[in-house]
Design a protein around this ligand. Structure first.
Ligand code: EIS
Length: 209
């Protein structure tokens, strides 16, 4: 039924290693979902995400057997680009992509938890702001924070967002949120695993753009 929610992220194995091919397949559905949001403001975000995915896929496809997991990519790049790493290649692309994924995760979780601005129950700005503060804001200088503010103003109404999650079909909000909760199980586990990997490999950077 829905674009995003129909493509569940896969279960992680006990060691929480993220399979590169499966991960790339799952995230490849995000750009089409962003299209459903309507406003042109989102095209900037979409092309950034597409750029990240393309870069990771480019590295993966050079040697899929060597890069079965995302961690293998980071470790290989750490070896091959010692002086620039981690600000290089797929390591950098995934560093940013994971922040976008964290944004989406917090946003969907907030909706699933029923968080609302009681004065404007059909707006989702409370959830969007919470997601931004928990994922991207600290990496953005004033200019990009301004772009965020423009995106916030162009954000869809709750009802239209729920509709976009449901690929344009009119569904009951609670029915859609049940799907969101289901989607969030493996999605959250995957995003957490990637964050933990960046911490363990000391690959996280905190510069602002
Ligand atoms: C990175 O971009 C590149 O991604 C990376 C490399 O070039 C690196 C070099 O430093 O830069 O400058 C970009 C940054 N990316 C850094 C900013 C782009 C525009 C961001 C605008 C902020 C808007 C916040 C989101 C508001 C959304 C409202 C949503 C309302 C519903 C369900 C919606 C999905 C939205 C998903 C939002 C994800 C935002 C991701 C932004 C990432 C970012 O900050 S490399 O490229 O290594 O691949 O070459």
């Amino acid at each position: 039924m829905s674009l995003l929610l129909d493509h569940l992220f896969t279960d992680l194995p006990p060691d929480r290693a993220v399979d590169t091919g499966l991960f790339l397949d799952s995230v490849s559905h995000l750009p089409a979902f962003i299209d459903c949001l309507g406003s042109k403001v989102f095209s900037l975000i979409k092309s950034d995400i597409i750029g990240n995915i393309t870069k990771i896929r480019g590295v993966y496809e050079k040697d899929p057997q060597r890069f079965v997991t995302l961690q293998q990519i980071l470790e290989a790049e750490r070896q091959d680009h010692a002086s620039e790493w981690p600000k290089v290649g797929a390591t950098l692309a995934l560093m940013w992509l994971k922040r976008g994924l964290r944004f989406i995760q917090i946003l969907l979780q907030s909706l699933a938890d029923g968080e609302k601005d009681e004065n404007n129950p059909n707006l989702i700005r409370v959830s969007i702001t919470k997601a931004y503060e928990g994922s991207l804001k600290r990496y953005h200088g004033w200019l990009v924070q301004k772009i965020f503010k423009a995106a916030l103003m162009a954000a869809p109404y709750r009802s239209d967002f729920i509709k976009a999650l449901s690929k344009g079909e009119e569904v009951k909000e609670e029915e859609c949120l049940e799907k969101v909760r289901h989607f969030l199980v493996n999605f959250t586990a995957t995003v957490d695993a990637i964050y933990d990997m960046y911490t363990e490999l000391n690959a996280e950077l905190d510069y602002t753009v």
